[in-house]
Design a protein around this ligand. Structure first.
Ligand code: TYM
Length: 323
């Protein structure tokens, strides 16, 4: 299967990004030889749809690639590139804009969420169409993402069907590929873990052990005694399962059900399990240089550009734009 996914260079990568998407990227890439062909992208053109610090952007872009590599993506097995290095993405997005309705973009919940905090800009509104173009330009069939991106993949499927029926069979319908941890919750206990919230509500993949211990010790739980187990507690126990194994997590869940759980024991166990998993990630990340990333980007774009150009030519031909 052809796999495509991307991440915004927006400064930090947290446990939600890692468990919901990036860890899965590395797994998918390691499928039996030749079964999957994986392409991963740092989506800088998406990251500029809200205000951003332009002086920090070059380093953010490089750091996003380092995060992808530290998650286990191997540039010898997968292709990693920078979105703006292949202008055909934005050109295809324009062509897809002509078959996308205002109604369908208005229904995107991420647009509604983002405009609660940010200005209503055309680029932000049109963001899902660029995402569809990212996926379609490589004719990808599988899109490993967290739950918050599923609606955008569904829109992509609609655009694929519409394009194929208007202009002739061209694109496969891509499927979202989700993990068990498709929606990691915030440590505050409400909503998903998000980099736009306060740093105390998420664990960044680059957090030091002491920071992790502190954040977990102040993570919200219930009182351990009520009949209803709170969502915040379930989320923390699930997180523990991700790092220490389901069996270990089940033990704490049983204790919670029996109202014997001691959060003063559970929380340090969770913090240490996270620290253990992040240590190799942080080591790998520190071992990647800026120069290596630039070379990987250059090679990635050189490999993909001909494919993107080929798809764009086919699309223009089908749309009656080649004379
Ligand atoms: P972005 O940069 O917001 O997030 C990167 C990935 O992390 C997942 N994710 C989560 N998963 C589980 N729990 C959470 N709390 C959580 N928070 C984030 C996201 O679902 C995502 O998979 N629009 C995309 C980037 C993009 C893209 C694409 C993805 C652009 N073009 C084409 C796939 C295909 C985004 O903003 O992801």
């Amino acid at each position: 299967m052809k796999i495509f996914s991307g991440i915004q260079p927006s400064g930090v990568v947290h446990l939600g990004n890692y468990l919901g998407a990036m860890k899965n990227w590395a797994n998918l890439q390691n499928s039996p030889a030749g079964e999957n062909e994986a392409i991963f992208c740092v989506v800088d053109y998406h990251a500029i749809t809200v205000d951003y610090p332009k002086d920090e952007m070059p380093q953010r872009i490089i750091n996003a690639a380092k995060d992808i590599l530290a998650s286990g993506v191997d540039p010898n097995k997968s292709t990693l590139f920078l979105q703006s290095d292949i202008p055909e993405h934005t050109e295809l997005a324009w062509l897809l804009n002509t078959i996308t309705t205002m109604g369908e973009l208005s229904r995107m919940t991420q647009y509604k969420d983002k405009t609660a905090k940010h200005e209503e800009r055309a680029g932000l509104f049109d963001y899902p169409v660029l995402m569809a173009a990212d996926i379609m330009i490589y004719k990808a069939e599988g899109v490993p993402v967290g739950e918050d991106q599923v609606q955008h993949v569904e829109l992509t499927r609609d655009l694929v069907r519409r394009f194929n029926s208007k202009f002739g069979d061209t694109f496969p319908e891509p499927k979202p590929l989700l993990t068990e941890a498709k929606r990691v919750m915030s440590l505050s206990g409400s909503g998903k873990m998000s980099k736009s919230d306060s740093p105390s509500t998420y664990i960044a993949m680059t957090d030091e052990p002491d920071v992790i211990r502190k954040k977990i010790s102040s993570a919200v739980t219930d009182d351990g005694q009520s009949d209803d187990i709170s969502q915040s507690t379930i989320n923390l126990i699930n997180l523990y399962g991700e790092f220490a194994g389901q069996g270990e997590a089940d033990k704490f869940m049983e204790q919670r059900k029996a109202k014997t759980i001691k959060y003063s024991e559970f929380k340090p166990a969770l913090a240490e399990a996270i620290i253990n998993e992040l240590e190799p990630f942080q080591k790998r990340r520190a071992g990647v240089t800026d120069e290596e990333v630039k070379k990987i980007f250059t090679d990635g774009a050189a490999k993909l550009r001909p494919i993107a150009q080929e798809t764009l030519k086919e699309v223009k031909e089908k749309m009656g734009l080649i004379i």
